[in-house]
Design a protein around this ligand. Structure first.
Ligand code: 0RA
Length: 637
């Protein structure tokens, strides 16, 4: 590409549109004006510094949330160019901050700037959506500064002193009339910047929160890059080989891959294009999977681990227990899919495929004991898959004989329109009984659960199919399981878990959430899973309608309002204590109930949580539960 040849400067920055458009329709540029959009502003500014690092000119980036929710991003790159743009007559730096899409290649000559999607919209969008922005640049022996308010220049770039250093510092305060909230979530930013540091070997990123008494500060710098990333992802799992397999190939389309197998049964593959998490996958992921299947099968056949007559291992067998990160850089990425996080460039599939083929087959030849350990695992996965298929057929046949495919204990609703139907999954027969009587049978179905609990994190699909507790859930949802799951077949638009607000309730909730996440993930991604929120207290007083409270704070507020004299307080220990009418009023009536929608925003976080909560290692679980009494918060529910 040309970018390697010419020197950059003011003239390369194109001038396109005004910033008013951004303020009118912020969602078009940053997705939303919720906290996500707010965080996006920070990512935009940091992305520019990371690009400078990718170009080899910056080693440190320091991000601070200052008191009052002011963001400061400082880097030690070359500094944004300060020379005057020949067409606009203003400095390159000001152009970058005031003209939309200025600097299609802004951010140095890394050349892998993102087009499409929400990323790469640039500094001008942050400026447009900020109450004020202040940019300080050290470059060419000078110290320069410029200031903006709501996208308008109020101080042009001015030399305010001398400096022998280089770098860029951006401070901004987002516009409170645009965003729903200005309160940044430190943990979310921290997770994103840890990820950024993993993806950019050797780059040091410091994130700091000064808003609170007890300041928080995290420093990320990983010489191991993706190797460190995979080790981090597997920190609570048991590995079957000590060091991740690492593949790196520079060139026109740089490819970097790290792989490590664990004893778990789930597949954890994260893919990135130009440092953006491609949640929907795409051609790079496809090339990776194709190669993984081919190389392991070829190796197994050539070493007679699989006999000539044996059928090939399937892709899913070879991906059981894998943790992998794939990072590619593409100059003109095409992003597709619902959330624009699916790579479309067809040439990338073949590139990743051939790089992987060569490197992975060499690795297996050179590390026969690792190859053997992985293949043993794949072969037992393949046997389990076969057993699961038989179990599934058995279930189908059995049900065919029983004339109905629905579980016996399900009290179904009369409507057959999935969009309006909901199923309450209730632990225990007594609460199930009240729910059956209290519901609106037109659109509400009740499925009481009984039987022995199974830890899905420690079981393969065949066991799950045969489990007496989960089988009714699979049948009631009606859309299959695992790779066969088909969300278009679901029988209910809302699947509502209703459990007590105690330890046992938390256990069943966790079990079911893990199950849905691992085996019916589209339901979680699509937002079909809900948690019912039963009240904790009932306040009653003569001549007053009963008041239900869903938290301690709410109860205290209500008590302050109505006074504490002559009030009866009932604490509900379980759903079973409510009669059908009360259960309807408090927990099931769509007009008055509180439902919590389960949404997993971050797959890495979700995997970590489920591994900790349901996995083998006891110590991290204890620590985690102590640190997150309300773990649901971390699921972004
Ligand atoms: C040199 C040239 C160009 C940008 C930068 C340095 C630069 C930008 C930023 C933004 C944050 N920190 C930074 N550090 C350096 C422009 C090159 C081009 O337009 O391609």
């Amino acid at each position: 590409m040309e970018k390697y040849k010419h020197s950059y400067g003011a003239e390369q920055i194109q001038v396109l549109e005004g910033l008013e458009a951004v303020r009118k329709r912020p969602g078009m540029y940053i997705g939303s004006v919720s906290i996500r959009g707010l965080h996006h502003l920070v990512y935009e500014i940091v992305d520019n510094s990371v690009d400078e690092a990718l170009a080899g000119n910056c080693k440190n980036i320091h991000i601070t949330i200052e008191k009052g929710n002011i963001i400061c991003v400082e880097d030690d790159g070359r500094g944004i160019p300060v020379d005057i743009h020949p067409k606009t007559g203003i400095s390159a730096a000001e152009t970058v901050y005031t003209k939309l899409h200025a600097g299609g290649k802004f951010g140095g000559d890394s050349g892998y700037k993102v087009s499409g999607g929400l990323h790469g919209v640039g500094a001008s969008v942050v400026n447009a959506l900020s109450d004020w922005v202040e940019v300080t640049i050290q470059r060419d022996g000078g110290l320069y500064q410029m200031k903006f308010e709501r996208g308008k220049t109020i101080q042009k770039l001015t030399r305010i002193g001398d400096s022998q250093n280089t770098g860029t510092k951006v401070r901004f305060y987002a516009d409170g009339s645009i965003f729903e909230t200005l309160e940044y979530d430190f943990e979310v930013l921290e997770d994103r910047f840890r990820e950024m540091a993993f993806l950019t070997k050797g780059l040091r990123i410091i994130v700091e929160d000064q808003r609170i008494e007890q300041e928080k500060k995290s420093e990320f710098c990983f010489e191991g890059g993706l190797i460190s990333f995979v080790e981090y992802l597997n920190k609570n799992k048991e590995n079957i080989h000590p060091k991740p397999i690492y593949i790196e190939k520079m060139g026109d389309f740089p490819v970097e891959i790290a792989i490590q197998y664990t004893t778990s049964y789930s597949e954890n593959i994260y893919s990135f294009v130009n440092n953006i998490n491609t949640i929907e996958g795409g051609t790079h992921l496809e090339g990776f999977k194709r190669s993984l299947t081919k190389v392991f099968n070829d190796y197994a056949k050539s070493k007679n681990i699989l006999k000539e007559k044996d059928s090939n291992l399937q892709g899913e067998d070879i991906r059981e227990g894998i943790t992998a990160v794939i990072s590619v850089k593409v100059k003109e990425p095409q992003f597709e899919g619902q959330t624009k996080t699916k790579l479309g460039n067809s040439e990338i599939s073949g590139i990743v495929f051939s790089i992987m083929n060569e490197a992975l087959s060499n690795f297996l030849e050179e590390n026969p004991s690792v190859a053997k350990a992985i293949l043993e695992k794949c072969i037992s996965a393949s046997r389990a898959r076969e057993a699961a298929r038989k179990a599934r057929e058995l279930v189908r046949r059995k049900n065919a004989l029983e004339t109905t495919t629905l579980p016996g204990k399900l009290a179904d609703c009369s409507s057959k329109e999935p969009e309006e139907c909901e199923v309450y999954i209730v632990e225990g027969d007594s609460a199930g009984g009240s729910a059956k009587q209290g519901r609106d049978r037109k659109f509400q179905a009740i499925l009481p659960l009984w039987g022995k609990m199974l830890n899905v994190e420690k079981s393969r699909a065949d066991k799950i199919y045969n489990n007496e507790k989960l089988q009714p859930v699979i049948l009631a949802v009606g859309a299959g399981i695992g790779n066969d799951f088909d969300i278009t077949k679901i029988r209910y638009g809302k699947i509502i878990i209703m459990a007590d607000a105690d330890v046992d309730g938390a256990h069943i909730r966790t079990l079911l959430l893990t199950f849905f996440y691992r085996y019916m993930r589209p339901l979680v991604e699509n937002g079909n899973i809900y948690l019912a929120q039963p009240p904790l207290y009932k306040l009653s007083k003569k001549g007053m309608k009963d008041i239900y409270c869903y938290s301690d704070e709410e109860m205290n507020e209500k008590l302050d309002e109505i006074g504490r004299e002559g009030i009866g307080i009932q604490r509900y220990k379980g759903l079973g204590e409510m009669n059908p009418e009360q259960l309807w009023d408090t927990t099931m009536n769509p007009e008055t109930r509180i439902l919590i929608k389960v949404k997993v925003e971050d797959a890495i976080k979700a995997d970590e949580i489920f591994t900790i909560l349901m996995g083998d290692e006891i110590e991290p679980r204890r620590e985690f539960i102590e640190a997150n009494a309300k773990y649901v918060k971390n699921l972004d529910i």
